[in-house]
Design a protein around this ligand. Structure first.
Ligand code: ADP
Ligand code: MG
Length: 321
């Protein structure tokens, strides 16, 4: 039986999370109605994934649903914000029930993990494209902004870098490593870390287009420079047996890591260390913010080089948005 637009929404996109009592009106009316907490600022982010550009045409539907929400959650993590509600704009060439079920499962699995309620959206026919808008809130003064880095602050990055870029490279050669493919297809946004960093870190950004490019956004917004220590960039076990130069390239210029890069002032350092210890969070110190503009890499043997920031993005071709 053919499904109408209304049937699709009713069948796949009306799961009710029992975890939110701030949704006055969700999917089904002309607009959603939400209770925004007092004394909080509203936070919004939107990201669109287009087939053939942000994911392969034949990517698993579960992963597409997951990632469409994950990239927005990662933006929230980078602000230190609390996610709450989402809208979903779905454009697809035809109605494929198995695809829709798997897509909805991927989306809702992550949504439930972060207690995000899907409160509305739009469903149309056309080339496959998924746009998720995420809404949430933050305590004024706790926000992590790109323009808050200052000379003397230490630079950190969460988790490990380069796995997703390595996975893209492996796709070309046919060898498949489950760990790095998991990082590419189902990124784990660092929402909890971002919230903990509110009031502790100064500037933050999520690493989606490559560490150097994204750190560059902090430096530009904050009008300062940085020195990175390349040997300290964290790598997963999956990258351990690759040539050092290849690993460094993935870590610096690969995209899709969805880790947080942030700066911390010296007077907040003890607070950060205590928090990381208490929460058993994986974070590496990778450099320092300088007054001198530009980005330098300082190796353990004393060599200092100016890295090519746009030199290695052939993994993602011109896919840098
Ligand atoms: P209208 O044409 O009046 O905007 P729609 O038919 O587009 O209404 O949508 C009907 C209801 O279903 C609205 O509440 C809308 O937010 C919701 N909706 C539509 N598509 C989706 C979707 N993919 N996911 C979640 N909710 C959706
Ligand atoms: Mg509509």
């Amino acid at each position: 039986m053919a499904l109408s637009e209304f049937d699709i929404i009713a069948r796949y996109f009306t799961r009710q999370g029992a975890y939110r009592d701030d949704v006055v009106l969700g999917v089904g009316d002309d607009a959603a109605l939400l209770k925004v907490p007092r004394d909080r600022q509203l936070v919004l982010a939107v990201d669109t994934l287009v087939a053939g550009r942000h994911f392969p045409e034949d990517a698993a539907a579960f992963d597409i649903g997951w990632k469409a929400l994950a990239v927005n959650l990662s933006d929230f993590a980078a602000m230190g914000a609390t996610p709450a509600w989402a809208t979903l704009s779905l454009t697809m060439p035809a109605v494929d029930k198995h695809w829709l079920q798997a897509f909805a499962d991927g989306f809702y699995t992550l949504a439930e993990q972060y207690q995000v309620a899907l409160v509305g959206g739009d469903t149309t026919r056309g080339p496959l494209s998924v746009s998720v808008q995420l809404q949430g809130y933050i305590k004024p003064g706790k926000v992590l902004r790109r323009d808050a880095a200052k000379p003397g602050q230490a630079l950190f990055v969460s988790g490990t870098l380069g796995d997703a870029a390595c996975a893209l490279h492996q796709l070309q050669s046919g060898a498949v490593d489950a760990l790095v493919f998991g990082r590419l297809n189902r990124p784990e946004p660092r929402v909890a870390l971002g919230q903990l960093l509110g009031g502790v870190a100064a500037a933050a950004i999520d690493v989606s287009d490559g560490l150097l490019a994204d750190l560059g956004h902090i430096l530009e917004a904050s009008r300062c420079g940085a020195t990175l220590y390349p040997e300290r960039l964290p790598a997963s076990a999956a990258l351990q047996n690759l040539p050092a130069g290849e690993v460094l390239e993935y870590q610096c210029n690969g995209g899709d890591d969805y880790e947080l890069c942030f700066s911390v002032a010296p007077e907040r350092r003890a607070q950060l260390d205590a928090m990381l210890h208490e929460q058993a969070l994986s974070v590496a110190e990778i450099g320092v913010i300088d007054a001198q503009p530009g980005l330098r890499c300082k190796f353990a043997d004393g060599r200092i080089i100016t890295p090519a920031i746009h030199g290695f993005d052939h993994f993602l071709s011109d896919d840098d948005d």
